[in-house]
Write a protein of this length. Structure first.
Length: 100
């Protein structure tokens, strides 16, 4: 029976609706090896990124975007930023303050 199908109701004698099954509540060991699917997925991701993808350039671009995002904060925004860093919500940047 497919996993999305409900367990059949017991018949009038109290046995489960599956012939030969002693108890519908018994657990069955079930394992699936997804190794080949994961290798295929990773290969497809790398193919989609293409040969020109440069992870270092991407990370540098993200850092530049964060620097721009947290730049030019007024006093209240800087206070909120500092509170979020202190709470561990945002990682500390540079000297612990948002870029000016």
């Amino acid at each position: 029976m497919a996993p999305h199908d409900p367990t059949p109701p017991p018949d009038a004698s109290g046995a489960s609706g599956t012939p030969g099954a002693s108890d519908a509540s018994e657990l069955v060991d079930f394992a699936v090896d997804l190794t080949s699917q994961e290798v295929l997925r990773r290969a497809q991701v790398m193919a989609a990124l293409g040969p020109d993808w440069d992870p270092v350039e991407v990370l540098l671009g993200e850092e530049a975007a964060y620097d721009l995002l947290y730049s030019g904060l007024d006093a209240e925004q800087q206070r909120l930023y500092d509170d979020l860093v202190a709470a561990g919500v945002l990682p500390p940047r540079g000297d612990g303050r948002a870029a000016a």
